[in-house]
Design a protein around this ligand. Structure first.
Ligand SMILES: *Cc1c(COP(=O)(O)O)cnc(C)c1O
Length: 428
């Protein structure tokens, strides 16, 4: 459920809550990402409520959408954050996030990032290798502090999603194989005195449309926790990661309440606090991208609709072949056309949709790319020296620019042309 709906008579217009998308496009320009505050809140609360019967912490996955106003929306609702870099931690600090609700994932945390996170006193690190475990202890010792950790175990279950976003298989780079992880906990308890062994972590992938792989993974985590307890190590947290999917086209993703029921059933006697790291499930359908058609063009075998948003603004279709719904911002009685909706980037891979049947559009008219709240702006780039789009948050009848559109001057920020490079070299 989201709050992007059509209103009006014969010429229906798309609204974000109480604000017309056409008005935002006119006043802020295009391309523009539009987020609905009410949808963000609703989705966060739906996830949170699903686990109301168990001690739990919802750590929003910052990489899905890292805009400060989005982060602040969740921290205001009592949410924590799952970060994967020092840069994301910097954002969470700026957004006023509660450090006691921050978990730090990722296979390649640098010493600098670890130090920053320990100084900020985050809740825990999700550790992905034996070397990382030792480094965190070393940094904590040097700083005369303690660091909370959970080892990310590799449960070896197939989430049946896109191979680029499957993360819990033996062949993936993530986590530590269970037998080895068990040895690492024992080693840490004996030798790594500055670590608190707080939890066990897993994350099996993204855009899962079935609950079964989560529960398969959870069963393995439970067995693992049993093994730890037999050794006298008692982790207080189980982190199930993120990954619950959304509807982009015709997938049916389970409601968080179903996920909640299934997880609580499995864990009710375990005496642990559950952590979840949802990203896409909360923000995916809470945002759209409004783009203006620049040209339409008839090729000999295909029609093209050339929009002012491209793969640099919305990389998912090029990267994973993902589907995004595309709707006219003003709905009129018109015939349909089958076309590729493409951007201005000089790459054949620059498309938002291929062979899509949509209502005919003319240059100057607006299209809404749906489900653009997750992994769109955060993956955007300046490729082709295109300033990044603006981001807007709507709340009721008002909207706010929460990230200004970049200017050409932003593109060359930090670049220099040192004179020494261009001096004519003296003849010898
Ligand atoms: C990306 C990621 C998430 C969020 O995944 P979603 O599919 O957006 O819910 C959570 N945890 C970790 C470790 C991740 O890498």
């Amino acid at each position: 459920m989201h709050y992007f709906d059509y209103k009006g008579g014969a010429k229906k217009r798309l609204y974000a809550e109480g604000v017309s998308v056409k008005r935002i496009a006119k006043e802020v320009g295009t391309p523009v990402f539009i987020y609905s505050h009410k949808t963000l809140t609703r989705h966060f609360n739906a996830f949170d409520t699903a686990f109301a019967d168990a001690p739990h912490l919802i750590c929003f996955s910052v990489k899905a959408n890292s805009n400060l106003a989005v982060l602040k929306t969740f921290s205001t609702l009592g949410g924590g954050f799952d970060i994967v870099s020092g840069g994301e931690l910097f954002r969470v600090v700026k957004a006023g996030g509660d450090m006691k609700k921050v978990v730090f994932s990722g296979v390649g945390k640098t010493e600098e990032e670890i130090e920053f996170a320990i100084k900020k006193r985050i809740l825990m690190f999700n550790v992905e290798s034996p070397q990382e475990l030792r480094l965190i202890n070393k940094v904590a010792k040097r700083l005369k502090k303690r660091a909370g950790i959970a080892i990310r175990i590799n449960p070896d279950v197939d989430p049946k999603t896109h191979p680029y976003i499957s993360t819990g298989l033996k062949k993936n780079k993530f986590g530590i194989e269970r037998k080895e992880a068990l040895r690492e906990y024992a080693y840490a308890r004996k030798n790594l005195a500055n670590l608190d062994l707080l939890g066990v972590d897993c994350h099996i992938g993204s855009q899962l449309t079935s609950i079964k792989p989560f529960i398969d993974a959870l069963k393995k985590v439970k067995t693992f926790v049993g093994d730890l307890r037999a050794q006298g190590i008692d982790p207080g947290y189980i982190n199930m990661g993120g990954g619950l999917g959304i509807t982009y086209e015709d997938e049916t993703a389970p409601h968080p309440s179903k996920y909640g029921e299934a997880v609580i059933k499995e864990t009710k006697d375990l005496g642990v606090t559950l952590i979840f790291e949802p990203g896409r499930n909360i923000v995916g359908n809470a945002g759209i991208l409004a783009t203006r058609v620049t040209y339409t063009k008839k090729g000999s075998v295909k029609n093209f609709i050339i929009a002012d948003a491209g793969m640099n603004d919305l990389p998912r279709p090029s990267l994973y072949g993902s589907y995004h719904g595309i709707e006219p911002v003003v709905k009129e009685r018109r015939g349909t056309v089958t076309a590729d909706i493409v951007g201005p980037i000089c790459e054949t891979g620059d498309f938002i949709a291929r062979d899509r049947k949509i209502k005919k559009v003319n240059p100057g008219e607006l299209l809404a790319v749906m489900s653009a709240g997750a992994y769109c702006y955060t993956m955007s780039s300046n490729y082709n020296s295109r300033p990044r789009a603006a981001e807007v948050m709507v709340k009721g009848k008002d909207y706010y620019v929460v990230k200004k559109r970049e200017k050409p001057a932003d593109l060359i920020e930090g670049e220099v042309m040192p004179n020494a490079l261009f001096k004519k070299s003296k003849k010898r």
